[in-house]
Design a protein around this ligand. Structure first.
Ligand SMILES: Cc1cc2ncn([C@H]3O[C@H](COP(=O)(O)O)[C@@H](O)[C@H]3O)c2cc1C
Ligand SMILES: O=C(O)c1cccnc1
Length: 348
């Protein structure tokens, strides 16, 4: 699995500088488009052009079940993972609707759902196993399974590149995965369990206290001295590992990435901890209402584009932010310069 350590594609300082020069010529007070300016200038450096575009966004939803779901940590039953895969395939999930609106390529990859998803059209079945082990009692996955899940993610990024994608978005579906993401976060962040635990699908405050005790037990069950990849294998989530693999590979292939909410940000945090060069390829779509999302973003020095109190996952927050990134590109390309419009520029 040495590929995970290979450097991401280098960023073009030249393209960034020429995009920045163009921004200074456009008919607006300098800096008046705020974050839209920084976003497009950074995208220019990533795409290596002075006028970047997002013409072919790509969405892969990674779905998997979790042994921890049997501990009653979610507001919804475990079967929902399988049932939602059917819903994604039929076009009825939030992410399906948004991807269609944006003409984004949309695929679902089953990396570990309990049940036969091969009956649904547009589902890639790359099942590592039918759900992870309960990480309260065992490692969630073996070393081999970790490699398989990473590879499934890398293959999605490679399919996206082969499909000429110019933006990669990963989403997830897996009942119980906020518990796993919180445990993974606590294992890296060294903060009190209360700070990493949220309501997930909407559990009560009493159940959050119980969820915290489960997360505490998960952490005490696994050694503190594990490496970053060993932590991923110990606590798991096939879909979380696949997202981390997809982010690493997308960055290596030179595809900018738009990260979604809490679960995908934890996957991104692990990807960056494995391979620091991934960080500059990441844009962050939104701030999720899940309690610990701000902490994850802070750990990566990340600024989300939107804050709409969403807490769904699935790539839905990233897909809400996609038009903003696209409109930033349109402004950058189509606005007139001071010279073109005959408008007097700032006095120097
Ligand atoms: C119908 C439904 C659709 C979803 N789409 C995403 N999630 C989100 O909720 C789950 C995580 O929350 P927890 O850890 O509390 O189970 C994940 O599947 C996540 O993608 C959903 C959850 C439900 C119930
Ligand atoms: O922000 C997320 O990714 C999230 C929040 C709650 C439930 N599922 C996902």
């Amino acid at each position: 699995m040495n590929w995970i350590f290979e450097r991401a594609k280098p960023f073009s300082q030249d393209a960034k500088m020429s995009a920045l020069r163009r921004q200074l010529q456009l008919t607006k007070p300098q800096g008046s488009l705020g974050e839209l300016e920084s976003l497009v200038v950074h995208l220019a450096g990533l795409q290596g052009v002075d006028r970047p575009h997002i013409r072919a966004p790509w969405v892969t939803i990674f779905a998997a079940d979790h042994g921890i779901a049997t501990e009653g940590v979610s507001a919804y039953p475990q079967e929902v993972t399988f049932q939602m895969v059917a819903n994604f395939a039929a076009g009825g999930a939030a992410a399906s609707v948004l991807a269609k609106q944006h003409n984004a390529r949309f695929e679902i990859v089953d990396v570990g759902v309990i049940g036969d998803t091969s009956v649904f059209p547009s589902v890639f079945v790359q099942k590592v196993a039918a759900g992870t082990q309960n990480c309260l009692h065992h490692a969630a996955m073996t070393d081999l399974q970790l490699k398989q899940a990473m590879k499934a993610g890398a293959e999605a990024a490679a399919r996206a590149q082969a499909g000429y994608a110019d933006l990669f978005i990963a989403g997830e579906m897996g009942i119980g995965n906020t518990t796993i993401a919180s445990a993974l976060l606590a294992a890296l962040a060294n903060v009190p369990i209360e700070q990493v635990t949220g309501a997930g699908t909407g559990i009560s405050s009493e159940k959050i206290a119980y969820k915290q005790s489960v997360i505490q037990k998960i952490l005490s069950c696994h050694s503190h001295s594990l490496s970053v990849t060993e932590k991923l294998a110990a606590m798991g989530g096939f879909e979380v590992v696949a997202m981390a693999g997809a982010y690493i590979r997308a960055a290596q292939l030179g595809m900018p990435i738009l990260v979604d909410g809490f679960i995908s940000s934890v996957a991104a945090l692990y990807a960056c901890n494995i391979n620091h060069s991934v960080r500059e390829w990441l844009f962050f779509g939104h701030l999720s209402d899940e309690r610990a999302h701000q902490l994850v973003l802070d750990l990566m020095g990340a600024k989300p584009m939107l804050a709409l109190n969403m807490r769904l996952g699935e790539a839905s927050g990233a897909l809400m932010a996609l038009p903003i990134l696209r409109l930033a590109c349109e402004l950058h390309e189509q606005m007139a310069t001071f010279a073109e419009a005959g408008v007097a520029n700032k006095e120097t």
